[in-house]
Design a protein around this ligand. Structure first.
Ligand SMILES: CC(C)(COP(=O)(O)OP(=O)(O)OC[C@H]1O[C@@H](n2cnc3c(N)ncnc32)[C@H](O)[C@@H]1OP(=O)(O)O)[C@@H](O)C(=O)NCCC(=O)NCCS
Length: 384
């Protein structure tokens, strides 16, 4: 490679963008680990999101005292000013919850813009954002449904708060456990996924953490990334009847439609997160419900699409079944991706810290220029 003719990898496939010790995606083995621990172990029945917050920040499995400390910190940090609350409710009432969340997070930013001077606070600021983003998602859900603000309760866990505020119901222990598992499974996915890469790029310009998080939410919103959980459930609803699923999916694949929840740049086997999510689905989706029909459609999608595309290394990803589980615990479809964002805020913020600690050189890749060279300017009156 010379400087004049740089190599070009569409979608940056195969290009390492960071050295990272946070999580590892092993695409051929179908394995995902956080700080070396498998997601299967980390979603054990008593697991809490707070435990994984501590693990991702500290790099080691936490003691109960450390989990309690994180829980207290998130409890204290999720408090918002009346103005921030008002912004979240107002934007929640006028646009999709993901855009509302992006605006509300940006509005949390400080009144200066000089993070390098405050970089010692990178962990505190990140933790505070994790706590606040979950709260904001709950506020936006209440605003969308025209409910009054009913904020976090004293002593309430992060998963309980989010579920209660979003659904307007006191969650059962089973639903809280499932919510914790979903939050844990979506918390990080290496430095290379589009939103975490975005977070690292924005961090590299020395931006405030709120700007990093808002940018990450924008990247996550698209249906090729986090928005696929919403898109897949909407597809299943459109198909409607499990008996029609096989024919409809065959038609969509004939038309080269990209099935949401299917395929992955790195995994060429079934996404390990989708296997854990299916275990949750089996526990929480009750026969005879509408969600059960949608899940049967999802299973048919898996079978038909795997039969046709499996030999090309395309299999279900995290989003094929997550929507069905979210729906089974009472989450409205528009809130699947905002919950993903609340969980992934943890990953973005831990990557922000790692990015700063590893020198934080600004991302400034190059391009392969394909346009005109040095043309002679023609004054307006001489143009035909
Ligand atoms: C995840 C995704 C963006 C990865 O993209 P990528 O690595 O750039 O792969 P490509 O889009 O280039 O796809 C490679 C081939 O597989 C096919 N393919 C990829 N995903 C597919 C899907 N979900 N359904 C049907 N075909 C798919 C493409 O059509 C392409 O076929 P071609 O070579 O004949 O043109 C892509 O698989 C996708 O759009 N999936 C659906 C959205 C989704 O679930 N996103 C969440 C990811 S966690």
């Amino acid at each position: 490679m010379t400087l004049d003719t740089p190599s070009f990898s569409p979608g940056l496939e195969g290009v390492a963008i960071a050295e990272s010790a946070i999580s590892l995606v092993e695409g051929q083995a179908g394995r995902l680990t956080y700080r070396g621990y498998s997601i299967e172990d980390l979603t054990h029945p008593g697991a809490t999101f707070e435990e994984v917050v501590a693990l991702l920040y500290d790099g080691e499995l936490p003691s109960q005292a450390r989990i309690d400390e994180i829980r207290q910190k998130m409890h204290d940090d999720r408090v918002l000013t009346p103005e921030q609350l008002d912004v979240a409710r107002r934007v929640g009432a006028i646009t999709h919850p993901m855009f509302a969340l992006q605006s509300a997070v940006a509005a949390l930013g400080p009144d200066d813009n000089d993070f390098e001077r405050k970089v010692d606070s990178v962990q505190d600021r990140g933790l505070a954002l994790v706590a606040k983003v979950g709260h904001l998602v709950g506020i936006i859900a209440q605003a969308v449904e025209g409910r009054d603000y009913d904020g976090p309760w004293v002593g309430e866990s992060f998963a309980h708060m989010m579920l209660r505020m979003i659904t307007g119901q006191e969650p059962s222990p089973e639903h809280e456990r499932v919510m914790n598992a979903l939050l844990i499974l979506q918390a990080d996915h290496s430095a290379g996924n589009a939103s975490t890469f975005t977070a690292r790029v924005v961090t590299s310009t020395k931006s405030e953490p709120e700007a990093v998080c808002a940018a990450g939410i924008g990247a996550l919103s698209g249906p090729a990334h986090g928005g696929a959980n919403e898109a897949s459930l909407r597809l299943f609803q459109q198909i409607g009847d499990p008996k029609k699923a096989e024919t409809e999916i065959q038609k969509l694949l004939d038309d080269k439609f990209k099935i949401p929840g299917f395929g992955h740049r790195v995994y060429h086997v079934k996404d390990p997160r989708s296997i854990v999510i299916q275990r949750l689905a089996d526990e929480v989706i009750k026969p005879g419900t509408e969600v059960h029909d949608l899940y049967q459609i999802a299973l048919t999608v898996e079978k038909v699409a795997t039969d046709r595309l499996g030999d090309r290394g395309l299999y279900p990803n995290v989003d094929l079944f997550s929507g069905c589980v979210f729906a089974a615990i009472g989450i409205p479809t528009d809130f699947f991706t905002p919950i993903f964002a609340a969980s992934r805020t943890l990953g973005w913020m831990v990557h922000t810290k790692e990015q700063w600690e590893s020198g934080n050189r600004i991302f400034r890749p190059t391009q392969v220029y394909t346009g005109h060279q040095h043309r002679e300017y023609i004054p307006l009156e001489q143009r035909s």
